[in-house]
Design a protein around this ligand. Structure first.
Ligand SMILES: Cc1cc2nc3c(=O)[nH]c(=O)nc-3n(C[C@H](O)[C@H](O)[C@H](O)COP(=O)(O)OP(=O)(O)OC[C@H]3O[C@@H](n4cnc5c(N)ncnc54)[C@H](O)[C@@H]3O)c2cc1C
Length: 384
């Protein structure tokens, strides 16, 4: 999927995933439990710190390598959604943190001593319109005092740190709507019970997502990442990486579905012949494969731009749209190929189908990507 295929990394990740078979994920899904053992194994093997520069204890590899890790996890039937945020939230710290912040946190994140899994942006009142967030941080001496709420903040209960977007200046008082927001690095261990309350949200798949309530939470000013009021730009960098990495996960999902569908079609006999001999069964699987490979090419292109420090916002969006639609189409085809068995829990397809559906909505929905491409790439008039 990239000029360098990272086949050694792929093989090693696939081997690690064998220790966490689909029965492991199925049981966690039933109980809606967090895959602590898997995340620990991935951390200990160094794959979650693959993007952290070597000077801070990571592998210092490009985004394309991280894409290979996440793709293989998904292809193995596992769910990287449990820990993928560490890869892109770390980027905000790396690109915008001070030398002292990087020295303090990055080595501990690389070693697994600290988990940076939570990224707090979405709010109930603002939805996709991030500039309307209302969670407010007001300076009081050496602290910011934070009040407000966030919704769908994943892994908050399984993270030591959170990258949090807040308003430090009300939107009405800013020259541009993207001004006046700031990013705080919140130590969850101090915050929970001292102004931060976490409430889990049960969703259609096992995703450990939560609602957060801030009630006079005090965050030390040394936790400010980048410049006060310039937080929107800081998180945008992380968001491009997030979209590309999640697109790679969708490619892994899509390949999982295509592999499963073609294998099943090649061994299931009905009417005295293999169902895969029927072109009505073959063609949708072939189409899903084609769609997947086309999307994988776009992921590769976006990752290469990102790794070369070139503008990649449009490509990051485009590859996320293509890959999330490819994985959904491949999942749908996989269910259809399996007939009734596609719905049975023990085949794992319905679980993966639910998991991959998320990525047409999060981290950004398809409509918003179309709008970005229409206005930014094609120069059409803005609708909002
Ligand atoms: C399981 C899960 C995990 C998540 N994890 C995180 C997380 O860790 N951190 C975080 O910050 N957020 C997280 N999110 C939030 C996610 O990023 C948002 O749900 C997503 O960005 C959409 O925002 P919304 O739900 O408010 O939808 P809305 O903004 O309310 O949009 C609803 C629908 O309307 C469409 N729409 C809205 N405006 C327009 C328009 N102008 N033109 C056309 N269509 C439009 C959208 O495309 C969407 O389909 C998560 C969400 C889920 C479900």
């Amino acid at each position: 999927m990239s000029e360098t295929d990272y086949s050694d990394i792929r093989e090693a990740v696939a081997r690690l995933c064998k220790g966490f078979p689909e029965s492991y994920w199925r049981e966690l899904d039933r109980q809606r439990e967090y895959p602590t053992g898997f995340v620990q194994a991935l951390t200990e093997s160094g794959y979650l710190s693959i993007l952290i520069p070597e000077e801070y204890g990571g592998s210092g590899l490009p985004l394309a390598a991280a894409c290979a890790v996440l793709e293989e996890i998904q292809r193995a039937g596992a769910n990287g959604g449990a820990c993928h945020a560490q890869m892109y939230t770390m980027g905000t710290l790396l690109r915008h943190g001070s030398a002292a912040q990087k020295d303090q946190y990055l080595p501990a994140i690389a070693s697994g001593e600290l988990r940076l899994q939570a990224f707090g942006v979405t709010e109930p009142g603002s939805g996709t319109d991030t500039t309307r967030i209302r969670t407010r941080a007001v300076r009081d001496g050496d602290n910011y005092v934070v009040n407000g709420s966030k919704v769908f903040i994943s892994r908050a209960e399984h993270s030591d740190l959170m990258v949090l977007l807040v308003r430090t200046t009300p939107r009405e008082e800013c020259a541009r709507r993207t001004d006046g927001m700031s990013v705080l690095l919140v130590d969850m261990r101090d915050a929970v019970g001292n102004g931060l309350t976490i409430k889990p949200i049960r969703t259609m798949m096992n995703h450990a997502t939560t609602e957060l309530f801030f009630d006079d939470l005090r965050v030390p000013v040394v936790g400010l990442l980048g410049e006060e009021g310039k937080g929107f730009r800081c998180i945008m960098d992380g968001m491009n990486a997030e979209r590309i990495l999640i697109a790679a996960e969708c490619i892994g999902d899509a390949r999982y579905f295509v592999d499963k569908a073609s294998a099943y079609a090649s061994q299931r006999e009905v009417f005295g012949r293999l169902i895969g001999e029927n072109q009505g069964v073959q063609f949708p699987i072939a189409r899903a494969h084609i769609q997947t490979e086309a999307a994988a090419g776009m992921v590769c292109k976006a990752a290469a731009l990102y790794d070369n420090d070139e503008p990649c916002g449009t490509q990051a969006n485009m590859c996320k749209l293509l890959a999330s639609e490819a994985s959904w189409a491949a999942g749908d085809t996989c269910i259809q190929t399996h007939g009734g068995y596609g719905f049975a829990e023990e085949y794992d397809i319905e679980r993966k189908f639910r998991e991959t559906r998320l990525y047409q909505v999060a981290p950004i929905s398809t409509n918003l990507i179309l709008s970005h491409v229409a206005t930014h790439a094609l120069g059409m008039p803005k609708s909002f």
